[in-house]
Design a protein around this ligand. Structure first.
Ligand code: HEC
Ligand code: HEC
Length: 479
């Protein structure tokens, strides 16, 4: 391995960074709120990212596919909250056609945002590694993908660090999110479809940004030979993980975050929320007044959609327990080829008790979309097409008649809503049905929960890539 970082640092770039840092810090001080710093994070230019983050960002947005027409962002579009960016696909087939138009997946792309922890000082802490969930998963199991198969250990035995210094800087990025990229969409025939790792490497190495940022971030020349391709490819995966875990991709600047920061006593009800949004919060967290105890009337969402403080005031709340449950989603017959229902967690653990359990997704950015008429799909197979309908499902899943009993087979969401029924779940023998599905919420309660969920939409969207500007190595951008 050759280490070829230029030793001289560009002092001009460093000075610029410093002075804008002080300007920002000063403004934050003046405004007496974090709002400005959120705004500046959202608008950050690539040069404000670390080298590894910038490399990851460019890998994410570049069409590294065969044919060259698909990027990670095709299926994880920032404007759509990190989910698929084509409304018509979300509306019906849900599964996205690969770069090769004769191929198609079988699941809904979950968001790639908020798939990591931050600690209280806003430092990255990777997702927990997958650990055996027990036969009834109620606690954190970790992992990534709907079935948890990206466990977080796939790079452990690959020698990717040129020295201890790099190991110290980048070990925090190893884990499920990085394993997901290592898995890898670039060479998956139903996704970006490159022939092999070398073809991916060659496409990256042919760009100025690719060769330069790889060199700056990893302290090595980018070369795509057979002997070192596994290490190179793993480094690209870690870089993708690093950007996806960056502040730029996880700004925590939704209405809820800002209202919580600005609130006089820092707790609910929030001064800047409407009454409806505050009621939605209370129902979600099971703290609404004048309601029955846990028997009825509470929405119980908090049991699964909680990563930090139980009263809903966690600064970096991600709205997931990092665990797996079967909520009884109906089968989506519109997925091309009508694949058999996805067995979920069982595929990873081999435990039949896990059949049909899927990863609890974050609820952040559920309603982020490129425009008013844009349809998003919800659930692992995207059967649900609106936040309203999935909330109505949680409320009524086991009290309405099944569509099958009314003679309506293979119902879409639209048909089910029109006929006031819910189809049979993909797997009836479920862990969560019974606990959900009969919540006794009124129509206005349901609307309040939807209103609360809509406060979780980030105000900012990751900016499009700026053209790459080549420069001298700047050590301050290593971390
Ligand atoms: C053709 C569409 C498509 C492309 C392209 C694509 N993804 Fe995905 N992504 C998916 C689907 C579908 C899943 C869920 C698959 C599963 O769970 O088995 C997924 C899952 C993920 C997850 C896991 C999220 C979680 O909560 O567990 C992350 C992170 C992610 N993708 C990042 C990426 C990155 C990085 C790239 C580019 C290297 C990429 N994706 C390219 C469709 C796509
Ligand atoms: C028993 C655990 C559990 C409870 C309780 C629960 N959820 Fe979920 N939620 C999940 C799981 C697991 C999924 C993914 C299931 C799947 O697709 O098979 C999910 C999916 C969702 C989705 C779709 C997100 C997406 O990106 O596709 C929304 C929205 C949602 N839940 C909202 C709620 C609300 C609102 C409540 C309270 C009324 C609630 N959940 C209660 C576990 C739970």
């Amino acid at each position: 391995m050759t280490q070829s970082i230029p030793i001289s640092m560009s002092t001009t770039i460093r000075k610029q960074n410093k002075s804008s840092f002080f300007k920002n810090a000063f403004l934050v001080f003046i405004y007496g709120t974090f709002f400005y710093s959120f705004q500046s994070l959202a608008k950050s230019h690539e040069s404000e990212l670390t080298y590894i983050e910038e490399l990851g960002k460019r890998l994410f947005f570049e069409n590294i596919s065969d044919p060259e027409r698909m990027s990670c962002s095709s299926c994880h579009l920032p404007e759509a909250g990190g989910t698929n960016g084509v409304s018509g696909v979300n509306k019906h087939q849900v599964a996205v056609t690969g770069a090769d138009p004769h191929t198609v997946g079988t699941l809904k792309p979950p968001t790639n945002k908020y798939v990591q922890f931050l600690d209280q000082s806003r430092n990255v802490q990777g997702l927990p590694r997958f650990s055996n969930c027990g036969s009834f998963p109620t606690f954190t199991c970790g992992g990534a993908f709907w079935n948890g198969r990206a466990k977080g250990d796939s790079i452990d035995n690959i020698d990717i660090f040129v020295s201890d210094k790099y190991k110290e800087m980048y070990s925090k990025y190893l884990g499920p999110v990085t394993d997901q990229a290592h898995a890898s969409p670039f060479v998956n025939p139903v996704e970006q479809g490159k022939t092999d790792k070398i073809a991916v490497c060659e496409q990256v190495a042919a760009t100025k940004w690719g060769s330069e940022l790889y060199n700056f971030a990893w302290g090595l020349e980018l070369s795509c030979n057979e002997q070192s391709i596994d290490e190179v490819f793993a480094r690209l995966a870690v870089s993708l993980g690093a950007w996806q875990m960056s502040y730029e991709n996880n700004t925590f600047d939704s209405k809820r975050d800002i209202a919580l920061k600005n609130d006089a006593d820092g707790s609910f009800p929030l001064d800047d929320f409407t009454d409806e949004e505050n009621l939605g919060h209370d129902l979600f967290y099971g703290v609404a007044e004048n309601r029955d105890d846990l028997g009825f009337g509470q929405a119980r969402c908090v049991f699964c959609h909680l990563s930090s403080i139980a009263d809903g005031t966690g600064e970096f709340e991600r709205y997931t327990d990092d665990s797996y449950h079967n909520i009884g989603v109906p089968r989506n017959y519109e997925i091309p080829g009508s694949p058999a229902p996805d067995i979920g967690l069982e595929a990873t653990t081999g435990n039949p008790a896990h059949k049909g359990s899927h990863k609890t997704p974050t609820l952040r950015n559920l309603d982020q979309r490129p425009g008013g008429g844009f349809t998003k799909a919800y659930g692992h197979n995207g059967w649900f097409k609106s936040i309203e309908s999935i909330v109505h499902f949680y409320n009524t899943a086991i009290i309405k008649p099944t569509c099958e009993s009314k003679g309506i087979l293979q119902a879409t969401e639209k048909q089910a809503l029109a006929s006031d029924c819910w189809p049979e779940p993909e797997f009836r023998d479920t862990s969560a049905l019974g606990f959900i599905g009969n919540l006794g919420l009124s129509a206005s309660d349901e609307a309040a929960i939807v209103a609360y969920l809509k406060t979780l939409t980030d105000n900012s969207v990751v900016e499009e890539l700026h053209p790459y500007k080549s420069g001298d190595f700047d050590e301050s951008r290593l971390k």
